[in-house]
Ligand binder design. Sequence first.
Ligand code: CU
Length: 123
Amino acid sequence: MDSMRRSMIFALALSAAAFSQQVSAHAHLKSQYPAANANVEASPQALTLTFSEDIEPAFSGVEVTNAQQQAMPLSEAERAPKQHNQLIVPLAKPLSSGQYQVNWHVLSVDGHKTKGTYTFSVQ
Ligand SMILES: [Cu+2]
């Protein structure tokens, strides 16, 4: 009885370890420019989002909305040529002062989708 219980706990621990490895393989947002919660002096020319894994640019994108929930005009998002875990999103027009929300979604090269949101503001 005791050894059966031990092997069950062992099996559970193994599957938990396998699961957490899978989760860590997804593309999580590691850093971004402008940084989350930053209050930058002037509008950036582009947003740069760096992920923990390489991403598929055709299935990845960003939406930027202002405080009135209006979408800001963006040029097409591109993957950085030499850094396949980085998405560059040029702003079609400079942002006026105010708070902005960034909603991102990416497909990582392992086929998993992730998404998230953060805010920053322009003085
Ligand atoms: Cu994954």
